[in-house]
Design a protein around this ligand. Structure first.
Ligand code: HEC
Ligand code: CU
Length: 377
C-alpha cells in the first residue's frame, strides 16, 4: 500500500519537473525571438541612407548560382575535405545508434517491475567491459587521425609543391578588405578576383596587419594570412561560376565585412579580364571628371589609394578598375553612384572603425569625385 503511494508521488514529481523544463524552454525561446526581431529592426533603421547590400540577396537565395555551403565541392581539394567530413559524420552516427540502442534496450529490459524491491545487483570493475570502452574509442580516434593527416597532406601544399602551370595570385589580408595581385598580368584589385577554370591556382597569402583567414568554402578549406609569414594554398576550380568567401579569423570590429568573391572564368574570358585590369584608365575629357580627378589628387585620397598613372597609394583598395567590381567596402554595398556618394560622405557611418576617415568634402566635390570614379571601369 505505502509503496504504490510513494510510486505515485514519484511520478507526480517527475511530471512536474518535465512540465517546468518545457515551460522554461518555451519562455526562453519566446524571449529570444522577441530580442532578435527588435535587434533586426534597429539594424534596419540605422541603415536607411545608402542602398545597403542585403546578405540575403547573395547568401540565402535558394536558386543563387553561388553560395558558401561547405557541402558543395567545386574543386578536387574540397572533394577530399567533404569525403573526410562524411566519414566523421558516419562514424558519429554509428556511435550514436549503438549507444541509443543499448540505452533503450537497458531501459526497457531492466525496468523496475512491480513487486521488485531494492536496488538491482551492483557490478564493479568488469575487465572485459572496461577494456572494450577504452580500446574501441582509441581505435576510432587513431583511424580518424590517420585519415585526417592523409587529407591534409593531399590538399595542403608545401612551398616546393607549386604546380608548373599554376597561376600565381597574391592575397593580402587588410583590415577590412582583401587585396589581390596577379603579377603575370599586372593585376591589382580588391575583394573580387577572377581566375581561370581548370588551371591550378597558387595562392600566396600575406597580411598587412593582423591575422586573417582566406576561406572560399566551395574551392578550398581555410588558410591563415599572417603578417610577416607567407602561406601557400592551392586549388583548381572544376566549373566556371561565382564563389563567395569570408574572412574566417576574427580580425577586429569589421571582420564580418570582408567578403571574398572569386569569379571562375573560361581561360579566354579570364585572359581578357586580366589584360583589361592591367591597363591604365582611359583619359576622359569631361569637365566634371577632370575636376573630380583634381579633387582626388588634392585630398589625401592619393596617399592611400592607387590609380594607375594617377596615384600610387597602396594602403587602401586600388581604384584603377573600381567600376568593374560589383560591391565596395568589403562587400557591404553594391557598387553604384548613390553608394559611392554615401561612402565618400562618411565611410565611418557605413563601416564604423574602418581605415578610411570622412574627408569632409563638399557636396559638389563629392559629385565631381564620384563622376571621376565612375569612369574607372
Ligand atoms: C587614410 C587612408 C584613406 C584615405 C585618405 C582615403 N581612403 Fe578610401 N579607403 C580607404 C580604405 C582603408 C578603404 C577600404 C575600407 C574597407 O572596406 O574597410 C577605402 C575604400 C574606398 C572606396 C571603396 C573601394 C572598394 O573597392 O571597396 C572608395 C571608392 C574610396 N575609398 C575612395 C576614396 C576617395 C575618393 C578618397 C579621397 C576623397 C579616399 N578614398 C580617401 C582608405 C582611405
Ligand atoms: Cu579578416
Amino acid at each position: 500500500m505505502t509503496e504504490t503511494r510513494t510510486q505515485a508521488n514519484e511520478d507526480r514529481t517527475v511530471f512536474r519537473s518535465w512540465f517546468l523544463l518545457i515551460l522554461v524552454t518555451i519562455i526562453v525561446l519566446g524571449l529570444g525571438f522577441v530580442a532578435m526581431s527588435m535587434l533586426g529592426e534597429s539594424i534596419d533603421e540605422g541603415a536607411s541612407d545608402p542602398d545597403v547590400f542585403q546578405a540575403t540577396d547573395v547568401f540565402m537565395q535558394p536558386d543563387a548560382e553561388w553560395n558558401t555551403s561547405i557541402l558543395v565541392s567545386k574543386s578536387p581539394e574540397t572533394r577530399e575535405i567533404r569525403r573526410l567530413s562524411w566519414l566523421v559524420v558516419l562514424i558519429a552516427i554509428g556511435i550514436f545508434v549503438v549507444v541509443e540502442v543499448l540505452l533503450i534496450f537497458a531501459m526497457i529490459r531492466y525496468r523496475k517491475k512491480s513487486g521488485e524491491e531494492g536496488e538491482p545487483v551492483q557490478m564493479y570493475g568488469s575487465n572485459p567491459i572496461e577494456l572494450a570502452w577504452t580500446v574501441i574509442p582509441i581505435l576510432i580516434v587513431v583511424a580518424l587521425c590517420l585519415t585526417t593527416v592523409r587529407t591534409i597532406q593531399s590538399i595542403q601544399p608545401t612551398v616546393t609543391e607549386r604546380p608548373d602551370n599554376a597561376l600565381d595570385v597574391e592575397v593580402i589580408g587588410h583590415r577590412w578588405w582583401w587585396e589581390f595581385r596577379i603579377p603575370e598580368y599586372d593585376v591589382v584589385t580588391a575583394n573580387e578576383v577572377s581566375v581561370p577554370v581548370g588551371r591550378p591556382i597558387w595562392l600566396i597569402l600575406d597580411s598587412a596587419d593582423v591575422i586573417h583567414s582566406f576561406w572560399v568554402p566551395e574551392l578550398q578549406g581555410k588558410m591563415d594570412a599572417i603578417p610577416a609569414k607567407t602561406n601557400y594554398w592551392r586549388f583548381t576550380a572544376d566549373e566556371t561560376g561565382t564563389y563567395l568567401g569570408q574572412c574566417a579569423e576574427y580580425c577586429g570590429t569589421q571582420h564580418a565585412n570582408m567578403l571574398i568573391r572569386v569569379d571562375v572564368l573560361e581561360e579566354d574570358a579570364f585572359r581578357a579580364w586580366a589584360v583589361e585590369q592591367g591597363q591604365p584608365p582611359a583619359d576622359i575629357e569631361d569637365e566634371r571628371v577632370i575636376a573630380g580627378r583634381e579633387t582626388f589628387l588634392q585630398f589625401a585620397c592619393r596617399n592611400c589609394h592607387g590609380i594607375a598613372g594617377v596615384s600610387e597609394g597602396t594602403y587602401a583598395p586600388d581604384l584603377t578598375h573600381l567600376m568593374s567590381r560589383t560591391l565596395i567596402a568589403g562587400g557591404m554595398l553594391p557598387n553604384n553612384e548613390n553608394n559611392l556618394k554615401a561612402w565618400l560622405e562618411d565611410p565611418q557611418k557605413i563601416k564604423p572603425g574602418c581605415d578610411m576617415p570622412a574627408l569632409q568634402l563638399s557636396t559638389s566635390q563629392i559629385e565631381d569625385v564620384v563622376a571621376y570614379l565612375m569612369t574607372l571601369d
